[in-house]
Design a protein around this ligand. Sequence first.
Ligand code: GDP
Ligand code: MG
Length: 597
Amino acid sequence: TDLAHIRNFSIVAHIDHGKSTLADRLIQSTNTVAERDMKEQLLDSMDIERERGITIKANTVRIDYVAQNGETYVLNLIDTPGHVDFAYEVSRSMRAVEGSLLVVDSTQGVEAQTLANVYQAIDANHEIVPVLNKIDLPASEPERVKEQIEDVIGIDASDAMLVSAKSGIGIPETLEAIVQRLPAPKGDRAAPLKAMLVDSWYDSYLGVIVLVRIMDGVLKKNDRVKFMSNGTIHQVDRIGVFRPAMQPVDELGPGEIGFITASIKQVRDTRVGDTITHEKKGADTPLPGFKPSQPVVFCGLFPVDSAEFEDLRDAIEKLALNDASFSFEMETSAALGFGFRCGFLGLLHLEVIRDRIEREYNIDLITTAPSVIYHIYMRDGELIELHNPADMPDLSKVDHLEEPRIKATILVPDEYLGDVLKLCQDRRGIQMDLTYAGTRAMVVYDLPLNEVVFDFYDRLKSVTKGYASFDYQLTGYRQDNLVKMSILVNDEPVDALSTMVHRDRAEMRGRAMCEKLKDLIPRHMFKIPIQAAIGGKVIARETLAALRKDVTAKCYGGDATRKRKLLDKQKAGKKKMRQFGKVDIPQEAFISALKMD
Ligand code: GDP
Ligand code: MG
């Protein structure tokens, strides 16, 4: 296809504003898919993604559209992941296209996640077409939302499309706007090949499938290509486009988006943002902006039943094959035995992987407290990256510590603003900005990532009854007075409960954890001290009283015993407690103990 007849675009939206429904409607109204094959949310593939309404892998579809001028255009839609954890992946998808549809629910308005993605689109120099969706609903307020888009985002919304993706209103006009308002791609057919690797994933039949955008040159079947970041050479064995089913093509030229396979065994060998060129007469310099993805949140994953360690290894290795941004190494914990220290792009990524292990591989897991990467500057000048608080070196050798900080953007109706400010303040936040758009406030905070990874988002949702939206970006490292707090149960340190805390808050945090644990750990036949300590010094202490004889009788007597036995039988091999010394600690304690209310 010649460049003038190609339009490449993405759809930017906050979750639930209608991105998938709009994509479905665009596909359907151009007869890209036969009616009988049309199913909802065509572009969202994985189970968990569907359930949670998120997209993790970039998806793409090529649509043929006959415009009002009678000419046929190729429209390539890349559906980008919609979550902050995948900001780098989003940024690469954005570089692969020239324009964006900015979908805003006209009954809601602009949300924090819309902002983050739209800024990515602006960074990538996109032409942006605002689409006000859900205009079929009585609560729709297109004029108010137009103003909001102009005030908050600063782009012209006077020509916004008025759409109901659900009922099909405004769809023909939107297709026409894509052709008329978005620019055609640029590129040079005669130049050496430069194809950007937009995404990749593992397919059990075809091996690794690589999604590419051709910038310059032409890519054909059987070409020998080089991945410039690591120099590996592969021979292209399939080349095609997504409609959205795979369809082979002879070649992909400048401006086109499609896939290749090349007998690549591991997704790890294909890095998002890499440049693919020809082995011979290839490009000299790669496309700008490549960066290997870096996990930012770490936690330990241990099998509840230690006999399942090998199964867990197997599950983790398989998942890692398909996910270059997930890292793991074996870890031994005095308390939890053998497991893995895993690194993730963010909390959502962590949850997705953990869910998949539990559901697809049927392994019950103990997840230890998520931790960020601390920079430890040793007295001898060495810099250590600390991924696990349990590995904290001897304090006498440490000069100072730095922790990662974020810039958080929160949008909230002003009636909840006070609660949000308090929450951010409690998490050591520094307010950077506070502005209003109508009755909604936008606050920007500088926060330690450590205070956010755990339960910040849950707390934010709960104090604002679900009305706040949140987005963040890593900004860098800063020194602070941080210490490692250990927890001792029955005088034994439980390494999986170690956390890094700010010195000024250590007592408070320690007391809260001891109280929580006292409630979470069942009583035993003996009394159990629960302590929080920094270095050798105990800073908080609770005592879990011993079971008394009569209490035992009451709890376990008669009917209850039979019931219990039945339950125990059902749960054979799936015991959710782990023994620490002589004490049983239930699985949920590891997470719950760290939550702050
Ligand atoms: P996404 O998270 O942005 O992909 O949003 P979805 O496309 O999954 O839509 C979220 C919800 O809004 C679904 O229940 C849709 O049926 C509904 N929805 C999407 N577009 C419209 C619309 O134009 N009108 C109405 N009434 N509902 C819509
Ligand atoms: Mg969706």
